[in-house]
Design a protein around this ligand. Sequence first.
Ligand code: B12
Length: 227
Amino acid sequence: MSEDITSLIKENVIQGRVTADDEGMDEGLVGQPGVTELVEQALADGVSVADIINKGLTAGMSVVGEKFEAKEYFIPDMLASAEAVGNAMEILEPYLTQSGISAKGTILVATVKGDLHDIGKNIVSILLRGAGYIVKDLGNDVEPQAIVEAVRAEKPQFLGLSALLTSTMVHMGETIQALKDNDLRDSVKVVIGGAPVSEDFARSIGADGYGADGFQAVAVVESLSAA
Ligand code: B12
C-alpha cells in the first residue's frame, strides 16, 4: 500500500503535476490527484516522511534528471517537476524535525550582486531541500557584504552562489574575498554555479566546488560533506 502511494508520487513528480488540476506530460490526467494531494494522503495513511521523500520525490526527480540529460525533457518540464517537489517539501517541512530525519546541514544560497536571474538558484535550492539540507535563500542581486553578514549570523556549512551574466560572475570572487577579509572563509564551503561559470573558473576564484546543474549541485555538496 505504502509502495503504491510512493510510486504514484514518483510518477506524478515525473509528470510535473502539482495538483489534480494539472495536465502533466501525458494527456487525460486532469482530475487525478497530483503530488500535493498524494503527499497529504500518504501522511494521512501513516507513510513515513523518509519514504515519501526518498521513494517518491527524490526517485521522481532522479528520473527527471535522466530525462533532462537525455534531452527528452526540457527546462519547462524540469521546472514543473521541481515545483511539484518544492510544494511537497513545504507540506513535509513541519514533519521533518519530528520524523527523526535530521537535516544534513545548512546551505545559504544567493544570486550575486547585479544579477536578477534566480530560476536556476531556485531549482538548486529545491533539490538540495529534497536531499535533506536546510536551505536559506538570500534572494538575488545580493551584495558580497550582505552575504558575509548572513554567513556570520547563520553559520552555514555551505554557501551556494549563482550567476547568469558574464558581467556579474566577477562578484563571486569578490564574495569569496570578502569572506576572507572577515575571517570567515574557513568556516564555510563555497559552491558555485550558473551558465557562464565552470569548474576552471571555480578553481580560479578559490571556490570549493562547482555544479553544472541542480543534480550536480547536490552531488558536489554531498561529496564535500563526506570530505
Ligand atoms: C530567464 C532569463 C532572464 C529573466 C530572469 C528571470 C528570473 N527570475 O530568473 C529576465 C527577463 C529577468 C532576464 C534579464 C536579463 N537577462 Co537574461 N536570461 C534568461 C534566460 C532566457 C534563461 C535563464 C534561466 O533561467 N535558465 C534556466 C535555469 C534552470 O538554468 P540556469 O540558470 O543555468 O541554472 C542551472 C545551472 O546553471 C545550475 N546553477 C545555477 N545556479 C547555481 C548555483 C549553484 C551553487 C550551483 C551548484 C549550480 C547552479 O543549476 C541550475 C539548474 O539546473 C537566459 C538564456 C539561457 N538560455 O540561459 C538569459 C540570459 C542569461 N540573460 C542574458 C541577459 C543579457 C539579460 C539582461 C542583461 C537582458 C537585458 N538587456 O536587460 C537582463 C539582466 C538582468 C539582470 N540584472 O540580471 C544573457 C546573458 C549573456 C551573458 N553571457 O552575460 C542570456 C544568456 C541570454 C542571451 N543569450 O543573451 N533574463
